[in-house]
Design a protein. Structure first.
Length: 142
């Protein structure tokens, strides 16, 4: 269930960014692409529940960094501070995905370890992307 929630969080965060920062066909292609990968994630969880976490981490990273395909248009529709929030959130999510994949560091076993750190990185990324989305929504076309 945790893995499936990650798919929904990525697509759910990506959707408003695409909606407000992309135009025309790019907007709808990227939104459809993200939600198609949510479908892939759902199907994989049903039929391959024991798939390696590294596989899921790669898919999560691909979903998030697929923004590079339309980055020029995205950046043209946001301020520099919004762009910094977007990239910083992506970096935070990326660090979290790497921690999730390699199961390290193991700091205080049983109390605070890689899994808790992964969730902290996701929380930071989510906050940064929320601030970015709020800014784009509040000031479209800046």
């Amino acid at each position: 269930m945790d893995r499936l929630a990650i798919f929904f969080m990525i697509a759910g965060t990506f959707t408003p960014i695409c909606y407000f920062c992309l135009d025309g066909a790019y907007k709808w292609m990227m939104i459809a692409f993200q939600w198609s990968l949510v479908g892939v994630g759902l199907i994989s969880q049903i039929f391959f529940p024991g798939a390696p976490r590294k596989l899921y981490a790669v898919i999560y990273l691909f979903m998030g960094w697929s923004a590079l395909f339309t980055l020029k248009q995205m950046l043209a529709n946001m301020s520099s501070s919004q762009a910094i929030l977007l990239v910083s959130g992506g970096v935070s999510f990326t660090i979290g995905a790497i921690i999730y994949a390699v199961k390290k560091p193991r700091m205080i076993p049983g109390i605070f370890s890689f899994h808790e750190l992964f969730h902290i990185m996701v929380l930071i990324g989510g906050i940064l992307h929320y601030a970015m989305i709020y800014g784009v929504y509040s000031h479209p076309g800046v």
